[in-house]
Design a protein around this ligand. Structure first.
Ligand code: ATP
Ligand code: MG
Length: 457
């Protein structure tokens, strides 16, 4: 009797242990499943990645044609770098930066844009000794704490370029022509708007005229503009409020305040853009949101993305390198937002991306599978993109996989084929089939398959 009771207690204890493990597992499972990406942060899934690669490869190719070299800079920098370059009273620094205390208490920031880091690296690594003009580009994620919406993310990606070391208006034109060419070659329509913000010699007189204009209307302006009229008056021209914009129609124009040198520079930019047949329009109200700009500024705009119409923007920043402790080196750059380019392209006709796989290797039977596994490696070493099934699926099922993977060809290797020393190569698009002779020397098989594929292509 005692042993039966012991047994029942034992069963009860065991059951309650199993039950609590089950409950724990279920609760955790729920936790695991409920973890989602952060708001404004997005996965770029395999189905979308083809477009990203297409844009990036086209841009890289164009950057190289224009003599730009890639530079990779860190995502985290000292907060001070961005405050000093972008400007303390800009939207980015005032409200958009991801800033944290590092473990040692120092303030660090996830880069909200690329220029500041590239200039820091240019100075720190003395890149100016490589040659008088350095053409650099970088591609990667940026971080801004903005309200997420269509075309506006908290982690987004930019391709940005910087040309450092020349004052020539021709560099401005080359850089804008390059941005224009990228849009042309990826197949997007946009308009190019340009302006000149003058230099330290002429901008103060414009600032003064603008402040005078704003002072008279200060009560009629939005809160942001009221504040900015004293902290950063140029930025009011960028205000999104229609009410403010209606009043700025009669605001003084920067182009009337440019000094001789800036005016000549701007004329040169316009003339050389026309020379290269790059269409543009002057927008004297475009001021850009960052403090470091001087002279030429520009934006690439589309009407197809609603409020998020800017797909790229940039300008000259002649005092920035000096301001960060480097030599007196002028510069110009721009950044294009990848998300907006991808969105625009995905609204258009589907872009043909190359087949994901060159070949799917179908094997039937143990011997064919073992041979096939080594052949798979040999074909990959020859440069082919090849896959095979490891789950012992039927021929029909493997063929379906080949189809799903968008394979260009399927190679069928079965016991009979091994006996007859030949495999069947099927063109998955035309359905055409050819026999590949399998020589006694196994190491020649990959070459024979490759030769047959070339013959069929
Ligand atoms: P916007 O006026 O749309 O806020 P911006 O002036 O802040 O743009 P820049 O700092 O000049 O933009 O960045 C250049 C490009 O980077 C923009 O033209 C845009 O394509 C892209 N971009 C900027 N912020 C974002 C974001 N939060 N999400 C996605 N793309 C962005
Ligand atoms: Mg912005």
């Amino acid at each position: 009797m005692g042993t039966l009771l012991d047994f029942l207690i034992w069963v009860r204890v065991k059951l309650s242990v199993y039950f609590s493990i089950l409950i724990h597992f279920c609760c955790n499972l729920e936790n695991i499943l409920s973890i989602k990406a952060l708001k404004g942060f997005k996965d770029i899934l395999p189905d979308e990645v083809g477009l990203w690669q297409f844009i990036e490869q086209t841009a890289r190719d164009i950057f190289h044609r224009y003599g730009f070299e890639e530079i990779k800079v860190p995502i985290l920098e000292k907060t001070e770098l961005f405050v000093r370059t972008i400007g303390a009273s800009t939207d980015i620094v005032e409200k958009e930066m991801y800033t944290f205390a590092d473990r040692n208490g120092s303030s660090i920031t996830m880069r909200p844009e690329g220029t500041a880091s590239v200039i820091r690296s240019y100075i720190e690594n003395g890149l100016y000794v490589r040659g008088s003009v350095q053409r650099l580009y970088t591609i990667g994620p940026m971080f801004r704490h903005e309200r997420p919406q269509k075309g506006r993310m908290r982690q987004f990606h930019q391709m940005s370029v910087e040309a450092l070391g020349s004052n020539s208006a021709r560099i401005d034109t080359e850089v804008m022509a390059m941005a224009w060419q990228i849009l042309q070659e990826i197949g997007l329509q946009a308009s190019l708007e340009i302006n000149s913000l003058g230099c330290t010699a002429c901008r103060p007189s414009f600032k003064e005229a603008l402040q005078g204009f704003l002072q008279v209307r200060i009560q009629n302006l939005c809160e942001d503009c009221q504040r900015r009229s004293s902290t950063n008056p140029l930025r009011v021209l960028d205000c999104k409020s229609e009410h403010c914009q209606a009043q700025y129609v009669s605001a003084p124009s920067i182009t009337d305040h440019l000094c001789g040198a800036c005016s000549d520079h701007f004329e040169d930019v316009k003339q050389t853009l026309s020379l290269l047949a790059v269409p543009y329009a002057v927008n004297a109200k475009m001021v850009r949101g960052l403090d470091y700009y001087t002279r030429t500024t520009f934006e690439l705009l589309t009407t197809e993305l609603g409020a998020q119409g800017a797909i790229g923007a940039g300008g000259r920043y002649d005092g920035l390198v000096r301001q960060l402790g480097g030599p007196e080196v002028p510069g110009i750059g721009f950044a294009m937002g990848m998300e907006r380019l991808v969105m625009l392209l995905s609204q258009k006709d589907k872009i043909e991306t190359r087949p994901v796989l060159d070949l799917f290797l179908i094997t039937l039977g143990e011997t064919a599978y073992e041979k096939g596994f080594i052949l798979l490696q040999m074909l990959r070493s020859q440069g082919l993109r090849v896959m095979m099934d490891h789950e012992g699926r039927s021929m029909k099922n493997q063929m379906k996989q080949a189809d799903r993977q968008n394979a260009g060809f399927a190679l069928i290797l079965g016991e009979n084929e091994l006996v007859n020393r030949e495999a069947v190569l099927k063109d998955m698009h035309s359905g055409e089939q050819e026999l590949v002779e399998l020589t006694p020397a196994f190491e020649d098989w990959a070459g024979a398959v490759l030769a047959k594929i070339k013959q069929l292509q």
